[in-house]
Ligand binder design. Structure first.
Ligand code: 1HE
Length: 266
């Protein structure tokens, strides 16, 4: 396991512990963690390296009251980008978010305040989303005269369905609290701190064998992109490797010996 505290970054902070539980912290609170081009490059760097550094689980959280205000609108305005400039920028967003979704390391997003536009695209690239009482979700692209460019048409549509996503973009509809969970924007909606809950979930996930987590946090996403026939084939191959790993043999032996925990409702 390498030193998770060795990154030199301006817009993110990365810290990790000896259990391989890493925190990636959006650190531009004065700009409500808006995603400028530099932050995207830093996300690419971090999420390219973490899987090879021995990270067992990641909590993606933010400084300040808001998780992320989306695309840095001021930078976009100032740069006066041409279509091809913005297309290439979007490709960098996709690079970052694909590294997250397909990287094989569980990412738990701790959400609060605004999770809007590109901020929702970022959150939807994590594997688990935890919201607190302050969290709200929106896609204000329509109101800004913009369109999504960081994968919302794929990931947000996947979470909430096409019709809800279109409504969010056309009308600026905001989802929060129980309703946000019901429509699939988050899997947890809690009274306390989403940071603490995300950490608790990350610690649980980190106890699974890394190869199992790798399959869970990459194979399922890849298989969603395949035909059912190909996905079933790929699933067999992945299961062949994962379900015969030494770590699974130990756990199966514990079950057979009646020393492993049973699955109980509470
Ligand atoms: C920003 C941004 C930003 C804040 N880009 N600088 N996203 C949006 O449409 C959301 C835009 N932001 C907001 O609606 C509000 O800022 C918040 C609801 C998130 C927070 O409100 P508030 O009252 O706490 O903060 P504020 O006073 O609006 O902003 C504080 C500072 O953050 C201010 O900078 P300052 O230097 O004047 O102090 C703001 O300019 C700055 N700030 N949000 C840049 N987004 C790949 S395509 C994706 C397309 C999209 O993401 S569209 C959705 C864009």
């Amino acid at each position: 396991m390498q030193d998770f505290n060795s990154f030199t970054l301006e817009n993110l902070t990365v810290t990790g512990d000896e259990d391989g539980v890493v925190q990636v912290i959006l650190s531009r609170p004065n700009k409500r963690n808006a995603l400028n081009a530099d932050t995207i490059e830093e996300l690419i760097e971090v999420f390219s390296k973490l899987p090879r550094m021995g990270a067992r689980a990641v909590v993606l959280r933010a400084l300040g009251d808001h998780f992320c205000a989306g695309l840095d609108l001021v930078e976009h305005h100032t740069e006066d980008r041409r279509p091809e400039d913005f297309m290439h920028l979007c490709l960098r967003w996709h690079e970052a978010f694909n590294k997250m979704e397909y990287g094989g390391v569980p990412i738990i997003a701790a959400l609060k305040g605004a999770v809007v536009g590109g901020g929702l695209e970022l959150a939807s690239s994590a594997h688990v989303r935890v919201a607190d009482q302050s969290t709200y979700f929106a896609l204000p692209e329509g109101q800004r005269g913009l369109f999504t460019g960081g994968g919302a048409t794929i990931r947000v549509a996947d979470l909430v369905g096409k019709a809800r996503m279109i409504d969010m973009m056309l009308t600026g509809r905001v989802y929060k609290q129980e309703e946000a969970m019901q429509v699939g924007l988050c899997q947890y909606h809690i009274d306390g701190s989403s940071d603490d809950k995300a950490m608790e979930l990350a610690r649980l996930a980190a106890q699974n064998p890394p190869l199992s987590n790798f399959a869970i946090c990459s194979a399922i996403s890849h298989m969603q992109n395949m035909s059912a026939l190909d996905a079933a084939y790929a699933e067999s191959v992945v299961a062949g490797i994962v379900n015969t790993q030494p770590a699974s043999k130990e756990r199966l032996e514990a079950f057979a010996n009646k020393t492993a925990a049973r699955v109980r409702p509470d």
